[in-house]
Design a protein around this ligand. Structure first.
Ligand code: CA
Length: 275
């Protein structure tokens, strides 16, 4: 007579359970290990900086935050690497050999309007040059700066850049139409008379802050707060430069664009339809 649940059957069931427990242990161990490593979809931050000590300091600060980091001491090697894989954010020193930071920024902007770009520079005067050139960088930092400040800015820029990935946004994140302007905050896309106008994240947020309340004047201070939510220090000039760039971009789509109005001594306002 055959026994259904003989000693052999129980032993094998016992073994199976034992194996399962062992597998679970291995899995838990592996999970702990992976959590300590940057995850496969960790953001890639590129640094182009020819001063070794600053470069190393930035690299280790970023790595500590869990970012994947690649660093370059000159512009040429950076650009060659970007041709293979674009970084998710770039930190550019202006004065680097072979291809300078300004040119790298210009080139990056020809392939992507949304990669956040932070300029670092050793001279305050260089900002005038950067702003004057209107390269579409998102942020500027003057040396010496603290790693904490740089990390804060990196975080803010990534948070803004990741807005499209967030599925459940509030009503005010729905596409909004103001006359000929359409703003889609989920995808960070702006169109004018149905023609897409490529904007950087900063430009988008600034325009959105004005266009949401047509006719209302916003001071540069207010615009700074809404465009740089973590209160990083930007100057009035930065806002002016962004506005100028936004205007130029819309004018290249429609020469008669005049919706972004300067209000002397006060700030800016978005001129609504029918005004
Ligand atoms: Ca340098």
């Amino acid at each position: 007579m055959r026994r259904e649940n003989g000693p052999t059957g129980e032993t094998s069931r016992h073994n199976v359970a034992k194996k399962r427990r062992a597998n679970a242990r291995v899995k838990r161990h592996r999970l702990r290990y992976i959590q300590r490593m940057p995850s496969a979809d960790a953001r890639l931050v590129a640094i182009v900086e020819d001063e070794g000590t600053i470069r190393e300091a930035i690299v280790s600060a970023l790595a500590k935050e869990g970012y994947l980091v690649e660093s370059f001491g000159d512009g040429m090697s950076a650009w060659e690497a970007f041709a293979r894989r674009l970084p998710d954010l770039a930190i550019l020193d202006i004065g680097v050999p072979r291809i300078d930071g300004l040119e790298i920024c210009r080139r990056l902007r020809t392939v992507s309007n949304t990669i956040p770009i932070i300029f670092v520079t050793s001279r305050e005067e260089e900002f005038d040059r950067v702003l004057g050139l209107e390269l579409g960088a998102d942020d500027y930092l003057c040396k010496p700066f603290s790693m904490r400040e740089l990390m804060a800015r990196v975080k803010v820029l990534f948070r803004r850049a990741s807005l499209p990935a967030v599925a459940d946004r509030a009503d005010d994140e729905q596409p909004a139409k103001v006359g000929d302007l359409m703003l889609d905050p989920l995808r960070l896309i702006a169109t004018w008379k149905d023609v897409p106008v490529p904007l950087t994240v900063t430009e988008f947020l600034l325009l959105q802050s004005l266009a949401r309340r047509p006719g209302i004047v916003k001071t540069r201070e207010q615009l700074m707060q809404e465009t740089y939510p973590d209160a990083v220090s930007v100057t009035d000039r930065t806002i002016d430069s962004h506005v100028k760039r936004i205007r130029r971009k819309f004018e290249s789509v429609d020469q008669s664009f005049a919706a972004l109005e300067s209000v002397y001594g006060a700030g800016y306002r978005y001129v609504g339809p029918g005004e």
